[in-house]
Design a protein around this ligand. Sequence first.
Ligand SMILES: [Zn+2]
Ligand SMILES: [Zn+2]
Length: 387
Amino acid sequence: MPKYENIQAKAYVVSSQGSPFVLQDVTLDGVQESEVLVEIKYTGLCHTDIVVRDGGMPIGGYPAVLGHEGVGIVREIGSGVKNKSLSPGETVILSFHTCGQCRSCGEGRLGGCPHMTEVNFINTARSKDSIKTPISLPDGTLVHGQFFGQSSMSNLAIVSEDSVVKIDAQPEDLQFLAPLSCGYLTGAGTVLNVLKPRPTDKVAVLGMGAVGLAALAAAKAIGVETLVAVDIFDAKLEKAMSLGATHKINSKDFVDINAGIKDIFPDGVDKIIDTTGSAALLNSSLNALGHEGTLALVGVPSPSSQLQVDALDFLLSCKKIVGVIEGLSDPKSIIPKLFSLYQENKFPIDKISTLYPAEDLDKAVADLKLGSVIKPILSWSSIHSSI
Ligand SMILES: [Zn+2]
Ligand SMILES: [Zn+2]
């Protein structure tokens, strides 16, 4: 039997598609064999949470608790958890989970798992059990949980063990780490696992949000000498310069991004990372690729985007386009690596994050939409834990 049962928690519940996030009382039933109870300290806010709330991506049902960039402290471990080195009181980062059965999972490219949508959005890790979710409302209504194995927009969460990445941090070091699990891992993983630029490669990053800045910082960390930041906000471009960009382009100043890049580098650039999904940017950035150049698509393209590829040009210039989900990362290896880079001041994520008390989620969402902050992180410290 679990030590803690019928645990009282506070979580942001989305009651139906398009409904607001409402902070309310929920009950967690208790850990099952392969689950871990985590006291959530911080939750990063990712665009995906907002897209899912608004019905832009599928989810297993409503009401639901979202949140997929959690960090916190282990409170209880299920009897069947495979990682026997995990113990209560340890600090953990909660990442996405995968099917664990396919070739991509078997070979450590977890972000390449073809079942990401099923296991993170549609199903919970409890799919084989009769009660598929640990969360319920006070009136007994079941709430879809374990979004990305965690549903961490909550001060306590019963999570899938597959989402748990142990991290050797002090509790006071956790405040900027939550987005390592998705946003920063996506940007940095695209650079470290997929593009692998050489120091002499010219790398351009489109969109200076959390993913783009993390890509830029990771490229800088591995010694890339020429880094081009592209955005429409001057403040974000300045931030990029402070993180090591060598050139900045405000895409509003050019007819298309190809013209902006060719203005600086007439032969184009070697690698482009698109985090915007903007149809207009995508097509002109293809033309800004130099010989043997690669375009990595990271941002979710708007539904109307159609890539217009000149196949002969692609053949003759040996260009490539690659789609990248979650940086093709294995969270258990890349998160500790990025944490070490942060500790060595080579991956300065504290400069791109803004903390909000958990009660101020609406303000955090509004500021994110306005572009006045890059990465909002909710702190649960003002909400008392029941255990
Ligand atoms: Zn898989
Ligand atoms: Zn995310």
